[in-house]
Design a protein around this ligand. Structure first.
Ligand code: EPU
Length: 421
């Protein structure tokens, strides 16, 4: 087991380069199953979720090679299996995208239920509803989802999602790609990674329009060919470094970002007193003096992302005044980290969907434990901002989604080490 040891109190300065977006990469890699030919994908983050997916693809018969600098080449032409290794599938959440891509290419898929961060109940009923609308027969057991072609065959159709779901939107896009006819997804999610998946698939020959709006249209094509595609920068990784600067203080240029994707985060940090300057593909973040309290409500994109809830909460714990943080996507997400922050001196009381955060002047170091990816990132930020030494355990969660986090923070002047126990 490894831990991070963080000696807090250093201001952050210099430059940090953001990696490719995790939640785009974990959809685009399974989407290569739809392609007959070689996909050269650039800006792929080197994180454990990506490594697991590459292992799953190799195991299915894909040829996979990885070069330095985040380039991955995948050729799924010779894939024949529709039963991905269940042990690997259960190690992460986004393995559910194998259902949509295998169904579209082979007309069947037998995929174990996914694992991953367990901060809330995370049903996949909307994915299943979509597959059924496209003509699939679905058999669900306790551990597996078995998809086959239904009696009317697989075909495009209209699917209206009951909840705005990132995963269901992307899975249905993939499933519809190679089916005859037109699919229309209504009440679709609009996150940047959905646009990125659609752009990837269109580059390979798909016909998808409307991604990034609440209505996505997919006209099925016969086949996709290989090509080259670069994944967008990670909105949440960038937001995490911005929150780290806000909390620890400092002056940092965050490079390789799409500032537009950061608007919802930028405006909240500005309200809290952080100075932010947007350039073409970078953002300067300057934090001096004490932060101010704020009111934040998480929402699907373009709202404030639930994946930034924990990191902004840390900023609130040391801001002056009473902040209110309301979660509207995953109600139970607070429980992954608020008690750990309390061990560091934070004053947080949770009432239903809202955390009331009474800002203290300082947090203090403590032994804390990550319970999911973003909770872990928040504890790292808290450690950087706290007085004294913090040990963050269970860092496997953090390394699911943050590439070289220790190296990147060290380069900014943080005192953080990865310790093998
Ligand atoms: N939901 C349903 N039924 C479904 C699907 C979702 O009721 O079939 C509900 C969920 O319970 C939740 C809401 O809809 O209340 C939104 O869930 P969504 O499907 O959008 O979440 P997801 O696709 O499972 C992705 C990200 C999460 C991120 C959420 C919300 C990936 C692999 N994961 O999850 O990222 O929190 O969207 O933006 O893309 C993370 O990166 O740390 C992370 C957890």
């Amino acid at each position: 087991m490894a831990r991070y040891k963080i000696v807090g109190g250093n201001r952050l300065s210099g430059e940090v380069t953001i990696s490719g977006a995790k939640n785009a990469a974990v959809a685009i890699l399974p989407a290569t199953i739809l392609v007959r030919g070689k996909c050269r994908i650039e800006n792929v983050p080197d994180i454990s979720d990506v490594r697991i997916l590459l292992d799953i693809l190799k195991d299915l018969g894909a040829s996979v090679s990885r070069e330095e600098g985040g380039v991955v080449e995948i050729d799924c032409t010779n894939v024949t299996s529709t039963h991905p290794n269940p042990e690997l599938v259960r190690k992460m959440r986004a393995s559910y995208y194998l259902m949509g891509s295998l169904l579209s290419r082979f007309g069947k898929a037998n995929v174990a239920l996914p694992g991953g961060c367990n901060f809330a109940s995370r049903p996949i009923d909307q994915h299943i509803k979509g597959f059924m609308a496209l003509g699939a027969s679905v058999e669900e057991t306790e551990d597996y989802v078995n998809l086959t072609e239904g009696p009317m065959g697989l075909h495009g159709n209209r699917v209206s999602l009951d909840v705005v779901s990132v995963g269901a939107t992307m899975n249905i896009i993939m499933a519809a790609c190679l089916l005859p006819g037109r699919t229309i997804i209504e009440n679709a999610a609009k996150e940047p990674h959905i646009v990125d998946l659609a752009n990837f698939l269109n580059t390979m020959g798909a016909n998808i329009s409307g991604a990034g709006t609440d209505t996505v249209k997919i006209r099925g094509v016969e086949s996709l060919r290989g090509g080259t595609y670069a994944i967008i920068p990670d909105q949440i990784e960038a937001g995490t470094y911005m929150a780290a600067v806000a909390a620890a203080g400092g002056n940092v240029l965050v490079r390789n970002v799409i500032p537009k994707h950061m608007d919802c985060i930028t405006s909240k940090l500005s309200e809290m007193g952080v100075q932010i300057f947007n350039y073409d593909d970078s953002i300067r973040v300057i934090s001096e003096g004490r932060l101010r309290c704020a009111t934040v409500k998480t929402r699907p994109y373009p709202g404030f992302p639930t994946d930034m809830q924990a990191q902004i909460c840390v900023c609130m714990t040391i801001a002056s005044g009473l902040s209110k943080l309301t979660e509207s996507v995953y109600e139970t997400r607070f429980f992954g980290y608020c008690s750990e922050l309390a061990n560091m001196g934070a004053d947080i009381s949770i009432s239903g969907k809202t955390a009331n955060v009474n800002g203290r002047k300082k947090l203090h170091g403590a032994m804390v434990c990550a319970r999911d990816l973003r909770a872990g990132a928040a504890l790292v930020i808290a450690g950087l901002a706290a007085e004294g030494t913090t040990y963050v355990g269970n860092i496997g969660y953090v390394e699911r989604g943050y590439e070289r986090i220790v190296e990147k923070l060290t380069a900014l002047g943080a005192d953080i080490q990865r310790i093998e126990d």
